[in-house]
Design a protein around this ligand. Structure first.
Ligand SMILES: Nc1ncnc2c1ncn2[C@@H]1O[C@H](COP(=O)(O)OP(=O)(O)OP(=O)(O)O)[C@@H](O)[C@H]1O
Ligand SMILES: [Mg+2]
Length: 217
């Protein structure tokens, strides 16, 4: 299940973790280690992506991208095989929605029925997950963070990562990954703030308050 709080999501359960960013212009890999002082960067590498291989976040040729990922790991001297990856683009949707008060298993069912109201693609062709944020301002309702990604995009990432001989252990969405990577959980003020990540192929706008994401496109 996803977690919309900045410090909640990517679990560094093991002492080390590999983050992989498959961008439209470049693939980046980092190896982080948990230390008493915080996260320590052990290794990283960045290599360019052949033009046209990634369109709107979807990897059109997983075998080619798999070869680049392999090269990135070799260049960065990264040997672990398990990777965390974050996805983006118009095939990835993050929405805060409201439901009448109900337990988590009922939200799961309600989402299946209601998802087509919020998604620009068919829910049947997508991976859908949610996180109950808490009571809504309006009485008798709850706020739910809905995250969906088209199967085509998810499967193309899994195929490219596996083509590189690696195993994807968790797939996050970039708005949450950006907030966590910036360490914004330390922000104490309760004002809304925003950030924009202008990538080569996709751009994320993220509005957050304290440690929780309020809006993203
Ligand atoms: N330090 C820099 N100075 C100027 N331009 C840069 C710098 N770093 C990256 N760029 C350019 O900014 C653009 C975005 O780079 P970035 O690595 O964020 O995109 P990406 O992750 O590959 O793409 P996307 O996330 O959209 O799929 C690229 O065209 C890149 O060449
Ligand atoms: Mg990017």
């Amino acid at each position: 299940m996803i977690d919309n709080s900045v410090h909640g999501g990517i679990q560094v359960a093991k002492a080390k973790g590999i983050g992989l960013d498959i961008g439209t212009s470049a693939i980046k890999a980092i190896e982080l280690q948990q230390s008493p002082a915080g996260l320590e960067l052990l290794h990283y590498a960045v290599l360019p992506v052949p033009a046209g291989t990634i369109r709107n976040g979807v990897i059109t040729n997983p075998a080619d991208i798999g070869a680049v990922i392999k090269h990135v790991f070799k260049t960065g001297k990264i040997h672990d095989k398990e990777v965390y990856v974050a996805i983006a683009g118009q095939s990835v949707v993050v929405r805060q929605v409201r439901f009448p008060n109900m337990p988590a298993d009922e939200v799961h069912n309600a989402i299946q029925w209601e998802a087509d109201k919020y998604l620009p693609f068919s829910p049947e062709e997508a991976v859908i997950d949610f996180h109950i944020i808490g009571p809504a301002e309006s009485e008798g309702e709850i706020e739910v963070m809905l995250v969906a990604a088209q199967n085509e995009l998810v499967n193309s990432h899994v195929a490219a990562i596996e083509a590189a001989g690696l195993t994807p252990v968790a797939m996050d969405v970039q708005p949450f990954a950006i907030l966590r990577s910036l360490g914004l959980e330390s922000l104490e003020n309760q004002r809304c703030s925003g950030l924009i990540d202008i990538g080569a192929g996709t751009t994320d706008v993220v509005i957050f308050k304290g440690d929780s994401l309020k809006f993203t496109r």
